[in-house]
Design a protein around this ligand. Sequence first.
Ligand SMILES: [Zn+2]
Length: 397
Amino acid sequence: MNRSTPRRLLDFVTRRLRLQRYLRDPGDGRRQPQIPAKALLWSLLIGQVLRACSFLAVERLVRSSARRALAVSRPFSDDALDYFTERLDPTFTRAALAHVLHQAKRNKAFESSGGIGLAVDGTTVGWWASSGCSLCRPYRNADQEIAGYRHHVVLASVVGTGLSLPFDVEPYGTGDSEYAAGQRLLRRAIERLGVRFAAYVVVDGEFATAPFLHTAGDLGLPIVARLKANLPELLAAAQKRFRSQPPKLTFPHGSDRVELWDAEDFDPWENLHGETVRVLFYRQQKPDGEVIEAFWLTDSPIAKVSSRVLYHRAKSRWEIENQGFNDAKNRHGLEHICHHHPNSLLITWLLTSLALTIERLYRLRYLRRGKHPPRTAMDFVQLLWLSLSQPTSHDSS
Ligand SMILES: [Zn+2]
């Protein structure tokens, strides 16, 4: 039996993930809607999973003979998606994402020897020639002339668990900033998930600012942040000390050799609360001789989080780059503007996160029975497409 069909996936979403109510009532703000919200919402989600990411591509699917196999009750045009996403309340989709994460944790989907991590990071999406919405930010060329407009977002993802699940997006327009948006995102994550959900938050150097670190601290969440040149005194102190000492720890990581330095008595910088800062430095040598080095800072004491666990927490940050931004941009059209309206954009970014999260839980956990290795994302999407040409006997949507 082929379990890689849109109808089976919908069954998983409604019964296992218990999103039946969300699909029926996703925060629809349309007056006197003609097309059920579920038909529009599910089309957007299954379209994302199938990598048919533009509204026009979704229209082609639901107007084709594949509509019944997609479990979509009615055909519609791309304008219906414009109108629907302009008015859809994002609170409901954010709540659905938090619900799915709780469900995954309850079902022990996370392999979390180092604790569940939350990664927060910013990126740029959706280029446009002229200013088209309140979230547009001008993009300047080398001569400081406006060359176009882009949209900036901060993404939050579960990391460090063998399963990267993006779960929220916070945009920031002109006059706002990446780390202010990051703080809003982190506060909302803790409100929705609870402070006990994750063991740490991991961020890149741009977020290693006192206000962001204090926000995480106030929320009760230990932080792991990349230490870069934006904190020059601390970086210089760590470089000076560690370069003159032998490593504290050496171990293999796959085929790589890792050397670790770790000390918790560095002086904090001016605005940071607390007496001292802990800094970790790793030097990772690949078999071909390539060496990767990075400095990290944290507020977790060595007595609570060992050097090795801290190393794995620091490394988990790359998941938001690879399984987060790279997958969402290259395979799921995150950079494409479906409909240039601020709420439509936000809804599309959130639904991309939900589609990625659903697809990973289904493919990597639910379908992974017995000893066979899990299907790749590419194999899975091909099976879904192939299933669309098979006749379906019933329509229960
Ligand atoms: Zn815009």
